[in-house]
Design a protein around this ligand. Structure first.
Ligand SMILES: NC(=O)C1=CN([C@@H]2O[C@H](COP(=O)(O)OP(=O)(O)OC[C@H]3O[C@@H](n4cnc5c(N)ncnc54)[C@H](OP(=O)(O)O)[C@@H]3O)[C@@H](O)[C@H]2O)C=CC1
Ligand SMILES: O=C(CO)COP(=O)(O)O
Length: 332
């Protein structure tokens, strides 16, 4: 059995820690707030972020980062993308030399416009590259936690390490594919959250299935353009991390990003929606990063641009749709 650490006791970190712990692995779950770790240790449930899910005795909560990573064979980082750099920097002195690192966060850092892989290289050095992997794909934490069948993908630059992480997570309910296209998997996972906000807004405005299908498909087109420009294989984003996750989050009511768009489409302000959400909606920050990255790399990203304007410039979602529909006609 393995000795694993999961950094981040939100919904997804708790669900992934449960997957590993249910397989009999000693799994330490680090919580950003020590009181959350104390509560999980006492009640064997994470009532704040993953209510109603009993957590096994093999899962050890802690608020101490050094204790979490000391002796771990694999460290899974599942904090919101804006917190990943700081958490990794704090954990760095205690990371065992040969440890495998898996990021399950979906986002692009706002100031640097770096993918999580670029942030990890920046903080840990390029020599760790073969030991870095990225888990993504259509996977609501709640469904994974209760054992609903789910398929995800783990990407890494080195096949043996990627296969080790694939094996570590795989169960008869969680099917894990592998990929060598890190950038494609990361961009698919980050950008689908922005398109989910747009799809939610379309639903909130009262539009139909046609609008949603159009947004998913044209959203995928701009995700593919950005992925290709960053060196990825465009077919990667037609897979689980990309099309798969677009379908899930643009249609699934459990999606926090879709909820943000939906509520804004109904007329609520972003501040009001975020105040009541209770979880991170990565698409809000990623809309700005992706908008800036698209402009920097000269990639046309009309849906992302309209989501950015609705979130950051106060544009009404209805006007954003009007402007998307009235763009110059073009080839598919
Ligand atoms: N939920 C899901 O279904 C899935 C989520 N993901 C991705 O996983 C990542 C985490 O999401 P999820 O677990 O759902 O998030 P949640 O909103 O459920 O929980 C967020 C967690 O991160 C902590 N946190 C907040 N800010 C920071 C920070 N600056 N540094 C460190 N920790 C911080 C929170 O702690 P505190 O209580 O102190 O605020 C909390 O423990 C995201 O990138 C998300 O896109 C990916 C697939 C599925
Ligand atoms: O990434 C997710 C599922 O794959 C979760 O999406 P939300 O953050 O929109 O809930």
């Amino acid at each position: 059995m393995g000795n694993f650490a999961v950094l981040g006791a939100g919904a997804w970190g708790t669900a992934l820690a449960k997957v590993l712990a249910d397989k009999g692995n000693r799994t330490t779950l680090w919580a950003h707030r020590p009181e959350i770790a104390e509560h999980i240790a006492r009640d064997r449930v994470n009532a704040r972020y993953l209510p109603g899910i009993a957590l096994p005795e093999t899962l050890h909560p802690t608020g101490d980062l050094e204790e979490a990573v000391r002796g771990a064979e694999m460290v899974v980082v599942v904090v919101p993308s804006h917190g990943l750099r700081d958490v990794v920097r704090q954990a760095r002195p205690y990371l065992p030399p040969e440890v495998l690192i898996c990021s399950a966060s979906k986002g692009i850092e706002q100031e640097s416009l770096m993918l999580m892989s670029e942030v990890l290289h920046d903080e840990l050095g390029t020599h760790v590259s073969p030991r870095l992997t990225y888990l993504s794909g259509p996977s609501f934490a709640k469904e994974v936690a209760v054992g609903q069948p789910t398929a995800v993908v783990v990407a890494g630059a080195s096949e043996p390490e990627t296969h080790a992480v694939q094996q570590a997570f795989a169960t008869d309910r969680l099917r894990v594919y592998s990929s060598l296209d890190v950038v494609g998997v990361e961009i698919g996972g980050a950008l689908k959250n922005v398109v989910a906000i747009a799809a939610g807004a379309a639903d909130g405005l009262g539009f139909g299935h046609n609008a949603r299908a159009g947004l998913i498909t044209r959203g995928l087109a701009e995700i593919a353009r950005l992925a290709m420009t960053k060196g990825a294989n465009p077919l990667t984003v037609a897979g689980l991390s990309g099309m798969g996750d677009l379908v899930l989050t643009c249609t699934g009511e459990l999606s926090r990003n879709r909820t943000v768009g939906f509520e804004m489409g109904k007329g609520r302000t972003l501040e009001d929606v975020l105040a009541s959400l209770g979880h991170v909606a990565e698409g809000v920050k990623t809309a700005k990063s992706a908008y800036d990255l698209g402009r920097k790399l000269d990639v046309e990203m009309p849906i992302t641009s309209e989501v950015y304007r609705a979130l950051y410039e106060g544009k009404s979602p209805r006007q954003a749709v009007v402007d998307l529909m009235n763009r110059a006609l073009t080839r598919e």
